[in-house]
Design a protein. Sequence first.
Lengths: 138, 407
Amino acid sequence: MHLHRSEVLIIGGGISGIATALDLLDGGKSVLLFDRDEAGAFGGLARESFGGMFFVDSPEQRRLGIRDSAIWRCAIGTTSLSSARKISGPGRGRKPMFSAARRTSIAGCAAMASAFSLLSTGSSAANSAPAIPCRVST
Amino acid sequence: VTWGTGKGLAETLIGALRGHANAKRLTVHFRHRVDRLLTRDGGVGGCEGVDETSGTPFEARAENVVVAGGGINGDLDRVRQNWHRHWNGPPAKLLNGSHRFADGRLHDAAVAAGGVLSHLDKMWNYAAGVHHPRPRKPHHGLSLVPPRSALWLNWRGERIGPQPLVSGFDTRRLVTDICAQPRQYSWQIMNRRIALKELAVSGAEHNPSIRDRKPLGFLRDILLGNRWLVKEMIDHCPDFVVAATLPELVEKMNALQGDQSVQLADVQDAVGQYDATIARGRNLMNDEQLRRIAELRQYRGDRIRLCKFQPINDARALPLIAVREFIISRKSLGGMRTDLNSRVIDAAGRPIEGLYAVGEAAGFGGGGMHGLRALEGTFLGGCILSGRIAAAAIDGRSSFLNAGETT
C-alpha cells in the first residue's frame, strides 16, 4: 500500500481536472492528480474533441455587426451567474448550479458562456489561462 | 472551433501546467484507478484505488478532493440503464464515442460518500455513428457530421418523415426519430460529390488540418473536398458501401446488414421523388430538406460546405454511397449534484465537507446545467468553468466566485 498526501487531490486528468489544477497552483496549493489513462492520453476526452467553444461578444461577431454582451437577459429579467446565484440562494436553496439557466438550453448556454466570460476577465493577472487563437463557429 | 481542436486546447493547458511557477507543487500519477472515496468526520478526506501498472493498491489523503473523472457514457450498460423515456428503449446496437474510462466508477464512489446523482437520463448522443476504421475499444464508434444533402432513410430504406432529418438543427430530435423506428439504426444515401463537399467527422482525429494547424490543408479540404476523409471511410469503415446503380447499392446494403431488410422499391421511391423535386426547379421545390438547404446557403460559412440542390442519382456525381448509421454514445448531461461552489451535495442539499465535482462528472456543472439539449461549444466551457469555481472555492477566493454579481 502506497500512501500519498497533498492539500488537494484531483481525480481525473481531463480538461476540467487540468483547469482546476492550474488555478490551484496559482494559489500555491499542493496538488495531487490521478488519472487512469496513460501519460500520452493526458487531457482525456477533450483531446479527441473538435474544440467548439462558446464565446460572447467575440471579435468575429463584432466584425459581422452582431451586437452581444456578457450580460444575459432572459424572461425573468436577471443576469448570468449572479441571477443563478440569487435565484438559488437563500429562500430557494438546494438548487443545482445555474438553476435559472436550466429553463432552456439556449438560455443555459448563454448564461454559462457569459458567466465564464465574466469570470475570465475578472480573474487575476497571474492567471495561467493561455492565449489560444480561436475561431467562433456559432 | 479552437484552431488545433480540443487536442490543441488540452496540450496548451498541459504546457501551462508543466511550465507553471509552482509546477513542483503538482504531482501527476497515470494508470492510477480510483475505486473509493475515504470519508472522515462525515466529510471526504482522500481516496483509495489501484496502481494499474504494478497492480498494487494505493491510498491518498487530502483536505479537499475534486472528482473530475468524466461521465457515464463510456459504459454502454449504464447508457442503456439510463436511457431516456423519449427514446423508445435502448437500441440493440449502440456505438461508443465516449472515453473508455468514463464508466461511472467515481459516480458510485460519490454516492457511497453521500452524494446524489441527477439527470443521468439526459445524454448527448449522436444519430450518425459508424464503426471506427481503427477501433481502440469495444464498439468504438465515430460520429459523422451527417451530410445535409444526403437522404436519410430508415432501416427499410424509407425516407424518415414527415419532417425529413437534416443535421445541424436539432441533434437530439435525430436520435428521437431514429429510435422511434422498429429498428433503431438508419441509412444515409448520397453520392461522391455530396460526400466530398459535406462529409465530416466530429472530433480531432478526423480533422487533421485543423488539429495540426495547417492552414493550407484546411483551405484545400474546403475548396477541393475532403478527399482524404472520403477515401479513408470508403476503404476502411465497414458501414460505407459504394455502387454505380441503386439496385447494386441496395444489394450491398443488404449484404452488409446480413438480411433482405432494405427494400429496393422504397429506396427508388425516396430517391426518385427527391431528385424529381429538385428537377422541377426553385419555384416548385416543395421539400423541407431543400428549404433548409436554401436557408443554410444564405450564410457564407455554410454555403462553402453545402452542395447546391444536388440530386442523389446524378450521372455526373457518381458513385452512389450508402452509410449505415448507429446511435453513438458521447456525453452525460447529468451527474453529481453540486452547489454553486462545485461542492457535492447530499440528499438533504447539504455540501459534503471536502468533496467537489467538476466537468462532465457533474454534468458540466451542478449535476446537469444544460437541461434536455445542449449547444455546440458549451461542454469544454462548462468543464473549465466548474473546475475554476472549485479551485476558487478551495482557495477561498470570493472575488472570483462573486465576479458575476459585481459586474
